[in-house]
Ligand binder design. Sequence first.
Ligand code: ATP
Length: 351
Amino acid sequence: MTGLTLKQVNKKFGEFPVIHEVDLSIDSGELVVFVGPSGCGKSTLLRLIAGLEDITSGEFWIGGQRADQLLAAARNIAMVFQSYALYPHMTVAENIGFPLKLAKLPRARIAEKVAAVGESLRLGALFDRKPGQLSGGQRQRVAIGRALARDPKVLLLDEPLSNLDAALRLEMRMELSRLHKQLAATMVYVTHDQVEAMTLADRIVIMREGKVEQVGTPLELYSRPANVFVAEFIGSPKMNVFSADLDRSGGNPVIRLSEQTALSAEGAAGSRVFAGIRPEHMTPVDDGGLRGVVTAVEHLGADTLVHFDSAFMEGGIARINGISGVRTGENIGFQVAAEQYHLFSENGNRL
Ligand code: ATP
């Protein structure tokens, strides 16, 4: 497989800019996930890579080859769609082998290839069935098998799991992860589901309104989000973000900053900033702490979600380990370790 490079890529539909100055390198064998809210341009970026749309300006490279002028068919990039697009009158084996038949490969070679793909995707037992006799997850595996049969340089997947129910999505996520490791394939995966992004990706590309907001490993994005948008997008329930005045003691509400955060926030002393705390980093305390009034309690079993309003933020949420006896209406205090604060400047960028 091969890596991909995008240099200052722009795409406009008519006068309407959809992709703005995207710079991105994807390594050979890497699984990169594009994630972002609806309409941010994820699918368009994938279609530019596939050659289904032309870029308006910039450069696109496949390995060492300039590729933005190459036709889709010449790029050797396979794409799997949300809708699977299998041929209903063909068997599983015929569906997988179809692109090879089109490429006029000898019959024996096709059979060999179909058997190999069937084995890696555990589809062998289903070879004689038609798509109508398969579950959603099995159909999705056949669609992936058909894409892999041609030994593409890169495999693109556009929301491949969104038609599956929650249990099957989890199963297919594990399956895709296994397949990625086994094939060492370069994969680009589009989703709006941050959990899918976190669990599958080697690196995540977070997009908003056609721009890349941050690129990093799932843990980098979780622990050092570059701005408030990324901070709120990654993590569930989302990060509590509130406005605070920073003075040397840490601000109002008084937050005790770690040395590192205090240092990086030094320049912002005296100005208004945004502070962020993840719900899972708030521990209830009897006295002191950040105080609020509990507005709702949700028992998830393993955790309890405590919704609260306080002087510094309305609609806050804390995630407490285990089953908590906290009740609605109660006045509650939370302790937060100094190193768990995230600080952002007034324009939203990380301090
Ligand atoms: P979703 O998660 O909803 O699929 P997305 O992030 O994949 O969204 P895109 O489908 O890439 O977003 O669309 C990005 C923007 O480009 C949207 O505003 C969309 O309306 C617009 N757009 C997409 N395709 C076209 C087209 N062929 N002509 C004009 N505008 C388009």
